[in-house]
Design a protein. Structure first.
Ligand SMILES: Nc1ncnc2c1ncn2[C@@H]1O[C@H](COP(=O)(O)OP(=O)(O)O)[C@@H](O)[C@H]1O
Ligand SMILES: [Mg+2]
Length: 658
């Protein structure tokens, strides 16, 4: 053993680099964050060999003063915070003052910068409609170098003490970071690097996230001299959607719903894919908190819960979402790479995210897909103004007793159809007849009348065509074929009926609440002290869920009552899960989730099976039901329930009108 001694700065930095610099992608993340923190409006990223050989990032941000340059590369040196108080409400992406020191200890790093002249504005963005080349650094650089030749400096760190060597250089306003030969001096870490392709994949993902986080900034990414992305600044919703489509695929954009909700100091906006666009991996899920990309369990849980009911097991939702809140209410200093955050009021944030998404997904009706433009604006408004579909709006029949507010949610969708005259207007009396037929078929639902009531509410309904048109036939006992002015609508009748039945059961359940049933033999379970205290503390909440749990001793609980419909479930497991949810999120949706699962099964068994012949009135009644049912666009497993083949698509098939 040798004597205790101080580590050299380089070695100390190399050790610190272990935490933040894992691969080229992590270097890019840190450098991009610095550029964005410096107020850059465009950032050019150039990499070679997946970033292993070279990463060059050039920005037009505020630059660094010559006198500050030597500091920039030293550890625990930052311009972003001064005091602990600043950290409480930090608005920049960086603040730890470690990145450049760490990176330069494990690579050949050079920083070249020219500070923005006092009072000089940012180099103006090229207007979006300007078709000229967006990235014009070369031209800018020439001009500025002619006007002044001593404003730019370059700094590198040398030796084991990482002494800063500063030398004059040519550079426009802004900063360029060049990182060559990552891990050249730490062979053990270099061995962990994967192939060029894999490393570039990670790196591109990082760029993608940053580009999604700052629409007002232009980005370009080149790999081995080839342009991979070239993104102009985006200000309008349309420009933003174009950027999202470029980064996440146009399929995603086409299948998603716009979110824009604000409440209690929180704002959530962005795009969520409808459940019919699901992924086998959770690889299209972007969540930003105050412009920072995060992966957070609380957020993930809230989103998952919102999709719970509409996604097939094992499938993943897709979304690009932005949460904005007072920086003082979120702690970003909980992880070295700042991927995680801690919310001051986690429960509020969780509920807000869940509710907003849940509602937005429930609001999607057949009509929205047929008139996507109107609906995007409409659903946005509806959510924004807080008058979206309420749970009570499902039926107006009265039998299920929650029908009071049926028409408000329904008429808007009919309203947007007003401009679409029916080709072969079917008299209302005929519809009523059809509905009545369906009502007889399902007296327990009494849906026919309900739908007619709604139809009667929307005036001029004689002139209007329902979004899903009118049934003309049944195909192989599986599909309903329906004619609308748009073309042919094909409905999977079992899937559709299943969803309708399920939604209806859920409403009845929500209405009647949870009925508790005492256990004949109370169940005693052993838990940790902490769990026992949680159970005690939340006794009232548990009661509401139909659970009566009492503390027996320091480490034991007794379950006396469970929700009636779960009497056959494993009550011990249920209680354990509920307690763990509550202690983590302050709330639990287990009982509801289980209830939903059971109802889904019941709905499946209770729904029209394939190969059952339906009459036209029955089919039409089912179509009308779909139009007024939440989430009717997909079955309980997330598969679509219907699709449309438009007239022009049919015309194309038959080479008509060419
Ligand atoms: N692209 C850049 N433009 C302007 N200043 C920069 C840039 N990159 C780094 N800096 C300066 O160097 C300092 C150190 O950067 P870094 O090591 O990443 O720490 P941090 O970002 O946590 O402050 C920053 O605080 C900033 O003042
Ligand atoms: Mg930084």
């Amino acid at each position: 053993m040798s004597r205790i001694h101080k580590l050299s700065p380089r070695l100390a930095n190399q050790i610190a680099a272990g935490e933040v610099v894992e691969r080229p992608a992590s270097v890019v993340k840190e450098l991009l964050e610095n550029s964005l923190d410096a107020g850059a409006r465009k950032v050019d990223i150039d990499v070679e060999n997946g970033g292993i050989k070279l990463i060059r990032i050039r920005d037009n941000g505020m630059g660094i003063d010559q006198s500050d340059l030597p500091m920039a590369l030293s550890r625990h040196a930052t311009s972003k915070i001064d005091t602990l108080d600043d950290l409480e409400a930090v608005a920049t992406l960086g603040f730890r003052g470690e990145a450049l020191a760490s990176i330069s200890s494990v690579s050949r790093l050079a920083l070249t910068s020219r500070p923005r002249k006092h009072g000089t504005a940012v180099i103006p963005d090229v207007a979006p409609e300007d078709e000229g080349p967006f990235f014009q650094h070369e031209a800018v650089s020439e001009r500025q170098n002619n006007s002044s030749d001593d404003g730019a400096w370059k700094v590198e760190a040398e030796g084991r003490d990482m002494d800063a060597k500063v030398s004059p250089a040519a550079h426009p306003e802004g900063t360029t970071l060049e990182v060559r030969d990552l891990f050249f001096n730490t062979p053990a870490r270099r061995k962990f690097l994967k192939t060029e392709k894999t490393e570039f994949g990670h790196l591109e993902e990082v760029v993608k996230r940053q580009a999604l986080s700052r629409f007002e900034v232009g980005f370009s990414l080149r790999h081995n001299q080839k342009t991979i992305h070239s993104l102009r600044p985006a200000s309008t919703l349309q420009d933003k959607e174009r950027r999202v489509a470029a980064l996440c695929g146009s399929q995603f954009m086409e299948s998603s719903v716009v979110i824009d909700v604000e409440a209690s100091g929180l704002k959530l906006w962005g795009w969520v894919a409808q459940p019919t666009f699901s992924r086998s991996k959770a690889d299209l899920q972007y969540f930003f908190v105050n412009g920072r990309v995060i992966r957070d369990r609380l957020v993930a849980h809230a989103v998952k819960q919102a999709y719970r009911d509409v996604l097939y097991h094992g499938r993943h939702s897709a979304f690009v979402l932005y949460l904005e809140l007072d920086p003082a209410n979120v702690d970003v200093n909980v992880h070295p790479t700042k991927h995680e955050v801690r919310f001051r009021d986690g429960r509020l944030v969780h509920d807000f995210i869940f509710r907003s998404l849940h509602k937005a997904l429930a609001d999607v009706r057949p009509d929205d897909r047929l008139n996507p433009n109107e609906s995007a604006a409409q659903s946005g408004d509806m959510i924004f103004s807080g008058q979206g579909v309420t749970p009570g709006s499902l039926v107006s029949g009265g039998q299920l007793s929650e029908g009071a507010s049926a028409s408000p949610s329904y008429s808007p969708s009919y309203g947007s159809q007003a401009a679409m005259p029916l080709r072969d207007a079917i008299p209302r009396s005929a519809i009523q007849e059809q509905m009545a037929g369906y009502g007889e078929l399902h007296p327990e639902m009494a849906r026919g009348e309900a739908a007619i009531a709604v139809l009667n509410d929307s005036n001029e309904s004689d002139q209007l065509e329902p979004p899903l048109g009118f049934a003309i036939a049944q195909l192989h006992g599986i599909y309903i074929l329906s004619q609308s002015s748009k073309g042919l609508i094909v409905v999977d009748m079992h899937a559709a009926h299943e969803r309708i039945t399920y939604e209806r059961m859920k409403h009845a359940y929500a209405d009647q609440g949870v009925k508790a049933q005492p256990l004949l033999v109370p169940v005693t379970i052993a838990v940790s002290q902490r769990e026992a205290s949680v159970a005690e503390e939340y006794e009232e909440q548990f009661q509401k869920l139909g659970l009566q749990i009492e503390r027996m001793g320091p480490e034991s609980l007794v379950i006396r009552q469970v929700p009636a419909f779960l009497r056959n479930a494993d009550s011990e497991q249920l209680v354990r899960d509920v307690i763990s949810d509550v202690s983590e999120h302050g709330t639990s949706d287990r009982v509801e989730a289980l209830a939903n699962e059971m109802m889904a099964t019941m709905a499946c068994h209770g729904s029209v099976r394939a190969n059952r012949q339906l009459t036209l009135p029955e089919m039409n009644a089912l179509l009308r039901d779909m139009e007024v049912t939440e989430r009717s666009g997909q079955c309980n497993h997330g598969r679509p329930t219907w699709t449309v083949v438009t007239m022009s698509e049919l015309d194309k098939l038959f080479l008509r009108g060419r």
